[in-house]
Design a protein around this ligand. Sequence first.
Ligand code: UTP
Length: 405
Amino acid sequence: MNKEQIVKKLEQYDQMQLLRFFDELTEEEQEGLFAEIDQIDFDMINIHNQTENKGTIAPIDAMTLSEIEAQKDEIRETGLRAIREGEAAAVLLAGGQGTRLGIDGPKGTLNVGQTRELYIFQCLVETLLKVKEEAGAWIPLLIMTSDKNDVATRAFFEEHDYFGYNKDYVFFFVQEMAPSTDYDGKVYLEEKNHISLSPNGNGGWFVSLKKAGLLKKIKEMGVEWLNVFAVDNVLQKMCDPLFLGATMQSGAPIGAKVVRKNAPDEKVGVMCLRDGHPSIVEYYDLTEDMMSEKNKDGELAYNFGVILNYLFHINALEETAGKNLPLHIVSKKIPHIDENGNYLKPEEPNGYKFETLVLDMIQMMDGCLVFEVDRSKEFAPIKNMHGVDSLDSAREMLIANGVEL
Ligand code: UTP
């Protein structure tokens, strides 16, 4: 695009502020900025375009802890056999910026240890190593990073010798970015010649994995199931033979690990049926009546919160890969330069980021095994330093699970 076309595009979307420092830039910087602007789909970041997820919500059945316990030997064997035959891979979503935690560097590099070093990445890898030991086979570990943390993440793994994992089975790939805007929808500049970009949510993981050539690679390796999980749950069990075996035996194309809510109004996404499809309803979309509704056994009807640990069959992912996910517009802290060119790192949210989310993929699928896990053993997310879902609470839970910190 030449200057005339760029100006036309910016005027059309009322984004001329992006050329505020244009005259101060070298020719090379000007061209770089043009290339960035050329790539932006301004329709995608229209702050009035938020997609609403409607439909008729109904409760969904889960495979409960007692049902799992009754069949555990058989389903574990099914899961282990699949892992042994190389049919499962783990996908670590580590492209987020962890703004609530607010540390420098990737979230996975946070040290949760107190008397020794124990990094989040280390906790996760060590858990996967246990499955590898049990199954007797290496499990491919695919790690999604973003432009903001890719170099640091790879370097951290190198520096720590992959925490004992076989590096031939570790594959990194980088997710896409999306521009951030102020509350009026104006795209921020991060530097005079760079627009402010941030990771576009965790919903694009499969598309990014495919773009990186990894789908082909893992298919050649015989992988059929992908277990996607978040970086920040230090009690996370990935490629859990029980979960894999149960999902395989259920015949569903996907599985979702869930925990019982700790209160009817707990702020977690809840598994449900939406127009007959498995889906996740956000806590703020649950009405008071739904929150307190009971099922025939006298238990809460909407009682199972998701913990961002899903299994997907590759065929189901390929069938749905072309479909658009709803866009979420989230208020966040966005570092940027102001109209005088000063760099600002805000303490409070100051604009919007545009994200798609992995949880919206669930609704595209034909069925889902909702698989209950014990939250005291598998759910210790670190979103903040202190308080709820924090480093403090995760440390307590790790200690309660016998982990030496
Ligand atoms: P969160 O929604 O907690 O986001 O991510 P975050 O970026 O880590 O933290 P905040 O909201 O800024 O404080 C849930 C999981 O999805 C990954 C995160 O790394 C985490 O594992 N994620 C999130 C991505 O991989 N890419 C993204 O663009 C966003």
